[in-house]
Design a protein around this ligand. Structure first.
Ligand code: ADP
Ligand code: MG
Length: 676
């Protein structure tokens, strides 16, 4: 008998019956140790607690029945098979099997117990039910996540063996449940267990483990933060004159919110500990200017700075902004993306390695292993939620071994609190809660496709006044190819309808050069109208664009629509956003779009979006960038988050052995924070 932590050091192959083949299948499920096995929890349960009288069965139910085989008949036809009639005291049930041959156990007169779904054929029947050995115990039967070649029974048998080795440990009771009691219960629930609670993952035994898992996640983020704080980092003294010079280049005065956030960052940079800060700010609040100020200070101090954005388009925009502002001060940035030509890349790599180049702006190409820096002091990541936590850590690892690079993360997607704790628990947070002055609110209009002709008039009028417009095509979960096609069709249609306008097109399937040149033409006002897919979602910044039309907005989340809308309203003119919905969208859809009409508050819209669509959707790809969780579901379990946080601080403070146990068990090999 051992506790779970000791079992995490015992290979699952120690269990009887686990040979190399089975071990390989278990490994596919990330099960290496006996503890991993025990933490592999059922995803569902079957109710096999009682044998049901046949007369009580209803179509659609899953049920266990037992009776005597009354008759047996071979079925003809392509699939062959056999039909048995099963009889109990009160009734008869037809069982159909494919590929079954007569044998003693299914011969008339033998007793049989089966489990399956009851269907209404010409009489009640079960199709290919599972044969339940009459000697197997009645109870709730756990159903585990499987991989090909692994069977529920084999997993259940292994689990029973593993449970025999598991000690009762009373040391970490929460709400009366110890960790091992909870595990034991979930693998082998009592006959009187509340099945409904179990199926909703709301049974106290499940809550016990979910809270611990969430706490473990918090603990590793907080520990990571503490670790970082202990490692030395370069100190930076801000220079007022430099900020002044930069503002002259930018041609505007920083807002109070921008200055406050710059102050918070500079304060951190002066401590000799690594900066770990998240800057949140709604679209258009001027995060780039904040980044530029911090960059300039770091460059003046002789550090190298890497600035990263999630797409080519964004990285390019960022590069141009920084070039315009910083080059006159003597800091000329370099650009690196996946499509930088090999020769240029090689030169740049050499310059970064010997320190002769101070500032590089780029995409995830900055993560590449052969990229090294002589003295990387600051990493800035724009639009963080597109990157994973692990990538954030990887880039930072490029700093010289003795020093930690300062890390600044910027995001325009306000992260609802519950999710923020999960993604950014290791970061301090600053909020830019003010837009630059003179911004006019964006008027949002919800309009049906039927009014397209009217809209064309408006578009024409807008552009004839020398203003520019975006037309955004959306597609749900479609491939990039389909999106591109939709945008191309839309472009052709608009060109035909509005021949007097200069109309450009940008989508994800174009070459990088094409995209860049179209964007440049739009920025230089050589185009009146830009037809685009959602590639322009973030970062694109053209102040003269005052009208945005979003086709089929019902296909996107509120947060994403808000991001898109943020592309207009950047200048001093009145701006408009037209949400051009397609088919009848229903009351719910209309209500959702109405939220956008009413609010321009990104935080409010993000919360609403999370409520309506869940975190997977919220982040685009499912939980991108979040640590994998075994049990917890960030949306379903949001209300457990504060309990988890409480537990995490308590265990961190106590610094007892349970701290390590909890972290190892729940994150173990999966932990992406496990760095020396
Ligand atoms: P975001 O926070 O969405 O990244 P940007 O950094 O792209 O916003 O800034 C939006 C626009 O506002 C840019 O054109 C930028 O130059 C401008 N801007 C930023 N700060 C100010 C300011 N303090 N006053 C006026 N304009 C500003
Ligand atoms: Mg930005």
């Amino acid at each position: 008998m051992s506790d779970l932590l000791s079992l995490s050091r015992q290979a699952v192959a120690d269990l009887r019956g686990v040979g190399p083949a089975l071990a390989a299948r278990l490994a596919q499920l990330q099960i290496y140790s006996i503890a991993d096995l025990l933490l592999h929890l059922p995803r569902s349960y079957e109710d096999r607690r009682s044998v049901r009288p046949i007369v009580s069965l209803r179509a659609g139910e899953l049920a266990l029945v037992e009776g005597e085989v009354l008759s047996q008949r071979q079925l003809s036809g392509r699939r062959g098979g056999m039909e048995l009639i099963l009889r109990d005291e009160g009734g008869q049930l037809r069982l159909r099997f494919f590929h079954l041959r007569p044998s003693p156990w299914n011969a008339p007169g033998s007793r049989l117990r089966v489990y399956g779904e009851v269907r209404a054929g010409s009489a009640l029947e079960m199709l290919h039910p599972e044969i339940d050995k009459a000697e197997s115990a009645l109870g709730l039967r756990p159903i585990y996540p499987l991989v090909e070649g692994l069977r529920q029974d084999s997993l259940r048998r292994l689990m029973a063996q593993a449970l025999l080795r598991l000690d009762e440990d009373d040391s970490h009771r929460l709400d009366g449940w110890s960790r091992s009691a909870a595990l034991r219960y979930l693998h082998q629930p009592d006959a009187d267990a509340d099945l409904a609670l179990l199926l909703q993952a709301r049974h106290p035994a499940q809550l016990r483990l979910i809270v611990e898992e969430l706490a473990a996640q918090q603990i590793s983020l907080l520990q990571h933060k503490q670790q970082m704080q202990q490692r030395p980092a370069w100190r930076l003294q801000g220079d007022q004159r430099l900020e002044q010079a930069l503002q002259e280049q930018m041609g505007f005065v920083l807002t109070a919110a921008q200055r406050r956030v710059i102050g918070e960052i500079m304060h951190d940079l002066g401590r000799g500990q690594a900066l770990q800060r998240l800057v949140q700010g709604d679209v258009g609040c001027g995060k780039t200017a904040v980044a530029a100020c911090v960059c300039a200070q770091a460059l003046q101090a002789g550090w190298q700075v890497a600035l990263m954005a999630p797409t080519d388009l964004l990285a390019e925009q960022l590069y141009q902004k920084l070039s315009a502002w910083l080059s006159p001060l003597g800091y000329t940035p370099a650009f690196l993306s996946g499509r930088t030509p090999a020769r240029a890349r090689k030169t740049l790599l050499a310059e970064l390695a010997d320190g002769s180049r101070g500032l590089v702006v780029g995409t995830h190409a900055l993560f590449q292993a052969d990229l090294t820096f002589a003295r990387l002091g600051l990493v800035i990541i724009d639009e963080q939620h597109r990157f994973g936590v692990s990538q954030r850590l990887a880039l930072r690892d490029k700093a010289p071994a003795a020093y930690e690079a300062h890390l600044l993360v910027m995001t325009a997607t306000p992260i609802p609190r519950t999710l923020a704790m999960s993604c950014y628990g290791d970061l301090d947070c600053s909020v830019i809660d003010e837009l630059p002055p003179g911004r006019r609110p964006i008027t949002t209009v919800v309009m049906s496709q039927n009014r397209r002709p009217e809209l064309m008039q408006r578009l024409r009028a807008n552009c004839q006044q020398g203003r520019q417009a975006y037309w955004v095509c959306t597609l749900i979960e479609a491939s990039e190819a389909l999106q591109a096609q939709a945008a191309e069709d839309c472009h052709a249609e608009l060109c035909a309808a509005l021949p007097e306008l200069r109309i450009g097109l940008v989508h994800g399937r174009q070459s990088g050069e094409t995209k860049t040149s179209v964007m440049q033409a739009f920025a230089a006002a050589e185009l009146d109208l830009l037809v685009a897919t959602t590639v322009i979602e973030v970062g694109v910044d053209v102040a003269n664009a005052t009208l945005m039309i979003i086709e089929n907005p019902e296909r996107l989340g509120l947060a994403q629509l808000h991001q898109l809308r943020g592309r207009v309203g950047r200048g001093r003119q009145d701006s408009y956003c037209v949400l051009l919905y397609g088919d009848p969208i229903g009351a719910r859809g209309r209500q959702r779009l109405a939220l956008l009409r009413q609010s321009q508050d990104g935080f409010f819209l993000a919360e609403q979006d999370l409520l309506l669509r869940g975190p997977g959707e919220f982040f685009g790809t499912r939980q991108a960038g979040l640590v994998q969780l075994r049990l917890a579901d960030l949306q379903r379990d949001a209300e457990l988050m504060s309990a988890a946080q409480h537990l995490a601080t308590q265990w961190l403070r106590a610094a007892g052995p349970q701290l390590e146990a909890c972290r190892l068990l729940w994150q173990g090999e999966r932990s992406r924070y496990a760095r020396a």
